[in-house]
Design a binder for this molecule. Structure first.
Ligand code: FMN
Length: 192
């Protein structure tokens, strides 16, 4: 299990939840085993969803293939650190329920749940993962022919952590080493 940047939790939580974090230093030259990738997708597959719609799907790119280049090209400058990750994905939400074609108010919510569960599985497998909102949504829609009934959710970078961090840009090193912050436990309750 990855345990690089554990949460400074106030009450006991599961080790997986404690250790999951959004890594910025992914090794571009350490490919992810196909079995591990499959387990991550399988974990997402078993996420809960409204009416069991399972509104998620993923564009997947492995470093060196066409999808990977296209996904990298959609990332904003600020997420350049992710462009060489061994795996890039775009999570996509289906906007309407399949059974009655009405809007599913929880489509992005449920894709988020699937991605969070995927992230926990990645953590257990010793893999680093990072979701990103910073990408050109319109470009991703055009590039991957995403029809009106779907919407891009988040980009995802996956890989092993970089061991030698000496060549990293200073700002990335600083962010990776920064303390993980959370609002106070008391602020979890309404009214906030
Ligand atoms: C939907 C979503 C979008 C995010 N977008 C970005 C992003 O574009 N760039 C980035 O560096 N981090 C992004 N993050 C990571 C968050 O900044 C991170 O989850 C937050 O700071 C908490 O840190 P932790 O995940 O390590 O606990 C995103 C996370 C989520 C869930």
């Amino acid at each position: 299990m990855l345990n690089t940047k554990p949460a400074d939790n106030q009450f006991p939580i599961h080790e997986l939840i404690k250790n999951r974090y959004s890594a910025l230093t992914i090794d571009p030259n350490h490919p992810v085993e196909k079995e591990k990738f499959n387990s991550m997708i399988e974990a997402a597959r078993w996420a809960p969803s409204s009416y069991n719609e399972q509104p998620w799907s993923y564009v997947v790119g492995f470093k060196g293939d066409e999808n990977h280049q296209k996904l990298a090209d959609c990332l904003v400058e600020g997420n350049s650190w992710a462009k060489q990750s061994p795996i890039l994905m775009l999570s996509i939400a289906k906007k309407n329920f399949t059974f009655n074609k009405t809007p599913n108010r929880h489509d992005l919510h449920d894709v988020g749940a699937a991605n969070a569960i995927m992230h926990l599985q990645a953590t257990d497998l010793g893999l680093a993962m990072h979701q990103m909102a910073g990408f050109d949504v319109e470009k991703s829609i055009k590039t991957f022919n995403i029809g009106e009934e779907y919407e891009p959710a988040s980009m995802i970078a996956v890989g092993y952590l970089l061991e030698d961090k000496s060549t990293l840009p200073e700002n990335i090193k600083k962010r990776e080493e920064a303390k993980r912050e959370r609002k106070d436990f008391e602020k979890m309750f309404w009214p906030v």
